[in-house]
Design a protein around this ligand. Sequence first.
Ligand SMILES: C[S@@+](CC[C@H](N)C(=O)[O-])C[C@H]1O[C@@H](n2cnc3c(N)ncnc32)[C@H](O)[C@@H]1O
Ligand code: SF4
Length: 386
Amino acid sequence: MAGGIYIHIPFCLKKCFYCDFYSEAADDKDLRALYIGALLADIEFYGKKYGKASGKAPGSFEADTIFFGGGTPSLMEPEHIETVISALKEKFNVAENAEITMEANPATLSAAKLSGYRKAGINRLSIGAQSFDDRVLEGLGRVHRARDISETVAMARQAGFDNINLDLMFAVPNQTMDSWKESLEKIIHIKPEHISFYSLEIAENTPFGRWLEEGKLAETPVAEDRQMYSLGIEMLEAAGYEHYEISNMALSGRECRHNLKYWQMDDYLGLGPSAHSFMEGKRFSSIGDVYKYIEMNPDERVQDIYQNSLNDNASEFVFTALRTKDGVSLEAFKKRIGVEFWQHYKDCREEFGKYVLDGYAVCDETHIALTAKGIDISNKIMAIFV
Ligand SMILES: C[S@@+](CC[C@H](N)C(=O)[O-])C[C@H]1O[C@@H](n2cnc3c(N)ncnc32)[C@H](O)[C@@H]1O
Ligand code: SF4
């Protein structure tokens, strides 16, 4: 089965006010080198379980996507990234044409670094732009400014990257509808192959979470959030992007192959502190602390091992597929889960049918999917299939 490998890089120059992903605000060269050593031990360990040394047929887990996420992977030296990619290719069956993505922050890149990453084998960059308005970037606690974004993309093009994603955020502090519209205009002008756009989520254990509780931060009203979301889709569609997943749009053929794996419930192996895996029906994660991670042996880092039941598999398949434009293919469901969709969900059919009648969802003999209107209440509709 084709699968994906995720590598977590748990370092950032500084924590953004909203971010709940695991990373340490550390820029310590020795720690980074120690971390690569610890990762290599994991690669060897999991190579014996799922890779070339597992004794399994080469096709049982062939990685056709690799994703360096974070944190800020672009804080790593190109040599470090090269070492990790070489080790992955040595220990796992990695497809010749694998998509190899790296997340990058605008303020952390140079022309030399970018060409080093390209040479190391990275063929897709995902850059955290967030906004083209300096007031908004400041309000988010970002270290970069709007000017850095176009400069970074220009340098990346120069270094040979022809597959670039830019992340945007909306419904964030200091952002007016005009500011959001201007960010969309600027991103369209830059024309990356892929654009992700996320509505702000406020997590408790972040500065934003605390400020919300203390009344120092106000949430964007839902109606405005949805208006921004619709404007984003409208403008990006007019510019030639296809809305293929709730928060993702791409030029034709440039969908993120790695993220599609999560949405199609394919196997993926996540390495590094806090990374999650779904392999051979089992979910597990790695301890979310880089210092402990470095000290432990690979087998001690694993936690929260959970064998998915048939019901888990079915509802996870529906949840993730409903996020995509194509929705749930009834045939793919049967193939992956092993039972007929409406046989498994016979008790939900009537309730789902009401959403279809009201124009929130569509349903025919081959698939079910959400409509644009349905995406706004996606959580409610998905809850039917828990
Ligand atoms: C894992 S982050 C890493 C990207 C990179 N470190 C950066 O920030 O430039 C991936 C993306 O998730 C989005 N994101 C992170 N936290 C978010 C939140 N609380 N609400 C909405 N989007 C968020 C941001 O757009 C970010 O670029
Ligand atoms: S740079 Fe990215 S990963 Fe790091 S704190 Fe900011 S959003 Fe989170």
